[in-house]
Design a protein around this ligand. Structure first.
Ligand code: BG6
Length: 476
């Protein structure tokens, strides 16, 4: 890989920080999600209920362990560290005139600690977090006022951390909400819930538009504050394969890919794609989109495409999938199992070649630098009596993916900025709220019920990744 390749690790504030109500932090949309399990959806409570267990409230308590954890990241040799800023630490309700100084200071300290070891912060502005207040009182990103609150938050942190943070992304996996069958996604992306009589698609596109304008405005403001900033989008990229070479399978797969491309098409190219405009026309959607906003979308395009890659999906014309709420089929009713691919215990298809395919697809479509900001293997790990954890399956998964990534760069010529495997330290799972679905190279002693010492242990993958970084890749 190139000399300045950003080998790193990724996490998100709400999944690892804990300290959910400390030093002035307000509740966010994630703080009202209970724990689920594999196949059991997380529940959204109306407010914080005293008798419910909310796994993100304490998470792995990075808030009080950050020095120890960053020292471990440094030992691993990370060149960069991707995390997010909890909007509610800075603006607890989202509407305050002045930011919360204690929240700002926490991130100052964290960035200083990273920079002390030469670790470059890579920061997502909103990783499934907005103040609960904005979701409840304003309807989240349905409401255009929330655009201004988001931009104010972005401006505050851009100004404060200029000189410390260079790499930014606006919204994490902004395209998850294309799947309106699973209420988790509209809620965590945008603070939106649907009423039974509403057209989910129409609400989605209005919300999406408002959020795309917020993203574009943040890019514009960020570039004014520091033209050296690199500001990207962040999408979940699950490539969709046709089940066969039947032209009808090819066609449904191509059409389904529009669900993946809708957001980056706008964030990278600066305008709405025709397939979306045709859908709006066909369905008679009444969207509030002004010419001024369209001009902002054109101006506020991103510098790079950050994306997560975990798995692929397969579709078949005419197939009927009744289980639309699962997270693995992307809410697609014609999704079928791919007979060539095995899955993790959580049903996520393990497909390393799909990563090379994705890198090529995205690069050919957009010709912008790419950044793999999430990839990883969620699995149960066994802490042995001697404090070791033998996570060979994770090492195998990551090795296979890194090899495919290297082919995309060395053989295909894709421009790639870096690679930050997900959950470099164990954290709370987003879709299930479990602790036992672990991704880390550092084990954290905490279980699904929130019990454990919070002690950190190195897994076998720790030394393995340390070597990969030292060697700047894996030999073919
Ligand atoms: C991505 C998210 O969807 O995948 C992360 O950006 C999430 O927040 C990760 O944790 C893995 O998903 P899960 O459900 O296994 O935690």
């Amino acid at each position: 890989m190139q000399k300045d390749f950003l080998w790193g690790g990724a996490v998100a504030a709400h999944q690892f920080e804990g300290g959910w109500n400390e030093d002035g932090k307000g509740p966010s949309v994630i703080d009202v999600l209970t724990a689920g399990a594999n196949g059991v959806p997380r529940r959204l409570t109306d407010k914080i209920e005293p008798n419910e267990f909310y796994p993100n409230h304490e998470a792995i308590d990075f808030y009080h362990h950050y020095k120890e954890d960053i020292a471990l990241f440094a030992q691993m040799g990370l060149k960069c560290f991707r995390t997010s800023i909890a909007w509610t630490r800075i603006y607890p309700k989202g509407i305050e005139e002045e930011p919360n100084e204690a929240g700002l200071k926490f991130y100052d300290d964290m960035f200083d600690e990273l920079l002390k070891y030469g670790i470059e912060p890579v920061i997502t502005l909103s990783h499934f977090e907005m103040p609960l207040y904005l979701a409840k009182e304003y309807g989240g990103f349905r409401n255009k006022k929330v655009i201004e609150y988001f931009v104010k938050f972005a401006e505050t942190v851009f100004k404060r951390y200029k000189g410390k943070v260079k790499y930014w992304m606006t919204f994490n996996e902004i395209n998850n909400q294309m799947d309106t069958n699973n209420p988790l996604f509209l809620w965590t992306n945008s603070g939106v819930t649907l009423a039974p009589d509403e057209s989910a698609r129409e609400v989605l596109f209005q919300t999406a538009h408002n959020e795309l304008v917020a993203s574009a405005k943040a890019v514009i403001v960020g570039k004014q504050i520091d033209p050296e900033f690199k500001i990207g989008c962040m999408v979940s990229h699950v490539p969709i394969y046709p089940y066969s070479c039947d032209p009808m399978d090819m066609q449904v797969a191509q059409e389904a890919m529009h669900e993946r491309y809708f957001f980056p098409d706008v964030q990278v190219r600066g305008h709405y794609p025709n397939y979306a405009k045709k859908e709006w026309e066909r369905q008679g959607y009444n969207l509030d989109i002004t010419p001024e906003e369209l001009a902002l979308l054109k101006q506020g395009t991103v510098d790079y495409i950050g994306f997560s890659y975990y798995m692929s999906t397969t579709v078949k014309a005419g197939a009927k999938n009744d289980n639309l709420e699962t997270t693995t089929n992307g809410g697609m009713e014609n999704a079928v199992e791919n007979p060539y691919i095995k899955s993790s215990d959580w049903g996520w298809a393990i497909d390393p070649v799909g990563l090379r395919y994705t890198l090529n697809n995205l690069y050919e479509r957009y010709q912008k630098p790419l950044f793999i900001v999430e990839n990883g293997f969620g699995a149960v790990d066994q802490l042995e009596a001697d404090g070791t954890i033998h996570d060979q399956a994770r090492i195998d998964y990551l090795t296979a993916h890194i090899k495919e990534m290297q082919k995309a760069v060395d053989y295909d010529g894709v421009e790639l900025m870096g690679y930050t495997p997900w959950g470099i330290i164990d954290l709370v799972s987003f879709t299930t709220g479990e602790m036992k679905k672990r991704y880390g190279m550092i084990y954290v002693d905490r279980d699904n019920e929130g019990k454990g010492t919070m002690k950190r242990y190195k897994k076998d993958s720790f030394a393995w990744y340390q070597q990969v970084i030292k060697d700047n890749g894996i030999k073919p």
